[in-house]
Structure formats: structure tokens, C-alpha cells
Ligand binder design. Structure first.
Ligand code: DX5
Ligand code: ZN
Length: 221
């Protein structure tokens, strides 16, 4: 897992041309497609739901990495799995029993991921790290794209990286929020292995492929 992966978030894509934007990301060298689901309850805004995952499934061969910002989350896992999600990341705050939720995702044949809001103490993750294939450190308050990276989350990335190193098996340490060519280097230095970026990819005037290249360059240092 030495190569850093780039996961463009479609939240900042042109929804009227979503298929084309995802194809551009794939052609531009994206590794995963990050799909942000918001319910207007766990976070203030509503983005979209499982039909978007289903619609994108035939459009790309890249893994569809679904980030669920929804509560309750358990009743919706099966729908996202059958729509074609390759990974489903849940918030530790959004389920009464994170261990059970992560296991349910795995039983559905999908990689389980776990994340937390910046304001939730990192120790809330510790009991569940072994059950997750992806551990996501949010570097903005979840809920919308285009926010500034929170540098105060860098020690948290480092802390999670150390914990994951101490475990058997491979897990991805993912970061999400405010990642761009200027902030990616520090996140990778702290231990990030998967860079989620929305506005930095789909909002770049130079185009999606150039933006992905820029992130890859920043990740390489
Ligand atoms: C925020 C989402 C992010 C968002 C990132 O709640 O989880 O994935 O799309 O957007 P940028 O990269 O613009 O900060
Ligand atoms: Zn996200």
C-alpha cells in the first residue's frame, strides 16, 4: 500500500453530466470514485441516495466508495450494497452499535469503512479499527464540499496511522475534506493513503485529469 490513491468525490461534479464526469475521472487516473450521501438529518443538506450508485455502476470499473452521512444508517446498507457499492463508510456517531453495522456491511460482501466528525474524540474509533477495511479521518465538518482543510486534524491522522500499523492486515487510511494540491502533502506525510477530493478535482478550471495529476504530484511530495 505504498502508492497513495486518489478518490474524486462526485459531490462537486456537474450532476447534469454525472456519467461523463465519472468517465473523465477514470480516464484521468482516479483510483476510486467517492460518493457522498447526505440525508438532511445527520448533516443539514441532502445530496442523493442509492439510485445514483446504481446509475453509476455500469459507467465505471473503478470501486464506488460510498460515504454515508445518514442516520439511522442500518436500514439502508442493503440498498447501497445491491446498488453496487464496493465500500461503505459509516459514521461512528450514526449507529448504536458500530461493530454490528460494520459486520453487516462485510456480510453484504462490501468493504466496511468507519469515520467520525472532527469534533468526536478519536478514541471513539479504537474499539472498531480491526473491523474496518477503511478508516476515514474527516478533515472538515461533514456536510458540504468546498470547505477549508482543518490542519488540527493532522495529529489525528498520525494517531490513526500508528494504530493501524500496529494491527495485522491491510487497511486504508483515508482523508476527506479540503484536500487539494496545497494540503495533500501534509496529509500524506501524516499517514494518509487515500485522498478524497471534490472541489479540487471537479472545480479545477484546468480539467479533471490535470487536477488528479496535481494531487498525485502533491502526494508524492
Ligand atoms: C464532505 C464530504 C466530502 C466532500 C469533500 O462532507 O464528505 O467528500 O465532497 O469536498 P472537498 O474536497 O471540496 O472538500
Ligand atoms: Zn466524503
Amino acid at each position: 500500500m505504498s502508492q497513495v490513491l486518489i478518490a474524486p468525490s462526485i459531490l462537486s461534479a456537474d450532476f447534469a453530466s454525472l456519467g461523463r464526469q465519472v468517465r473523465e475521472a477514470e480516464a484521468g487516473g482516479a483510483d476510486w470514485i467517492h460518493v457522498d450521501v447526505m440525508d438532511g438529518h445527520f448533516v443539514p443538506q441532502i445530496s442523493f441516495g442509492e439510485p445514483i450508485v446504481r446509475a453509476l455502476r455500469p459507467v465505471t470499473t473503478l470501486p464506488l466508495d460510498v460515504h454515508l452521512m445518514i442516520e439511522p444508517v442500518d436500514p439502508h446498507l442493503e440498498a447501497f450494497a445491491s446498488a453496487g457499492a464496493d465500500s461503505i463508510t459509516i459514521h461512528v456517531e450514526a449507529t448504536p452499535d458500530p461493530a454490528r453495522t460494520l459486520q453487516t456491511i462485510r456480510d453484504l460482501g462490501v468493504r466496511p469503512g468507519l469515520t467520525l466528525r472532527p469534533g468526536t474524540p478519536a478514541w471513539a474509533l479504537w474499539p472498531y479499527l480491526e473491523l474496518a477495511d477503511i478508516v476515514l479521518v474527516m478533515t472538515v465538518e461533514p456536510g458540504r464540499g468546498g470547505q477549508a482543510f482543518m490542519p488540527e486534524m493532522l495529529p489525528r491522522i498520525q494517531q490513526v496511522a500508528e494504530r493501524l500499523d500496529a494491527l495485522d492486515g491491510d487497511r486504508w487510511l483515508q482523508v476527506d475534506g479540503g484536500l487539494n494540491a496545497a494540503t495533500t502533502g501534509a496529509a500524506v506525510e501524516a499517514g494518509a493513503q487515500v485522498i478524497v477530493a471534490g472541489s479540487a478535482v471537479f472545480g479545477d478550471a484546468g480539467g479533471v485529469a490535470a487536477a488528479i495529476d496535481g494531487l498525485r504530484g502533491a502526494a508524492a511530495g
